[in-house]
Design a protein around this ligand. Sequence first.
Ligand code: ATP
Ligand code: FE
Length: 368
Amino acid sequence: KLVLGIETSCDDTAAAVVDETGNVLGEAIHSQTEVHLKTGGIIPPVAQQLHRENIQRIVQEALFASKVSPSELSAIATTIKPGLALSLGVGLSFSLQLVDQLKKPFIPIHHMEAHALTIRLTNKVEFPFLVLLISGGHCLLALVRGVSDFLLLGKSLDIAPGDMLDKVARRLSLIKHPECCTMSGGKAIEHLAKQGNKLHFDLKPPMQRAKNCDFSFSGLQHILDRIIMQKEKEEGIEKGQILSSAADIAAAVQHTTACHIAKRTHRAILFCKQRGLLCQSNAVLVVSGGVASNLYIRKALEIVTNATQCTLLCPPPKLCTDNGIMIAWNGIERLRAGLGILHDTEGIRYEPKCPLGVDISKEVGEAA
Ligand code: ATP
Ligand code: FE
């Protein structure tokens, strides 16, 4: 079995060909990050235009590298939800044309399902396992019981942690910092935090009293906005210049973010074990998404998994962020399970918003 995977849900145009055993035969990716960094965020019509300009080349490159002829493909798998409408539309209409032309089955992919299943391509992980997805656009904790069988335990009630870190980094003007100017906001915070004192600012982890597994990061962002404004006054500098306390602020926000994420994850593990949803002795926690590359946050999660007899697994960094490989692999998983393989694509639409699995977050809160 061979699947071509296509991903355009946000700001990466990506494609890959993967076989049944998880071998990546060919891949290609075009990242729009540089363009969006300049405008201080993604402008959807710009993302759409860039996907349009690159999709054909990226798919051709992935196919060419794989040395697979299109006729040998078993199916084409494409992200159709959730994501930016204008971005999803480019990938879907390109894929439907290809499906029509090659007369192949189509497998619509849920972007978060693909992130969650990626670990099964690199490691031998059986269902069920727990997954924590933390990126710029997403923040969720879910129990993965099967290829398309998810229990959503908790999610961010507002923004994702990567989004918050990006906003704080922008407010601190880290883009002008000589050591961090080429880094994403989250990475810049991690870099600078090493030079700072996390105890210098007393930030409280959000939602301390809520006994569920939900997250919140916008309150933290606003508190930091205020702290930064005050420090600018104290240090007598203009907005846009770098504070001398920037490293301390970075260390404090990273620490508080790590505490918040670790606490919610701890609660999710306990809930699943109590309910017999996860194995008592060797359960697996998978952490993925761009924020998962933060070593301080990983360390906090390691403390949680060590204390609860769980194993912590992360896909390699390249597979933690958006890519075509995870989409193709999700296609393979679905082919093997015989789930959601379409021979007729009539009426298929992209869905910008689409929750993952069955939401039991209320139940988690009530159980505590
Ligand atoms: P999606 O949510 O759809 O996956 P995305 O582009 O926001 O899209 P990723 O590419 O997975 O997500 O991750 C990017 C995010 O990860 C950014 O918000 C970035 O600041 C954050 N990030 C990257 N490296 C680090 C790091 N070392 N520490 C903390 N955050 C990081
Ligand atoms: Fe993603």
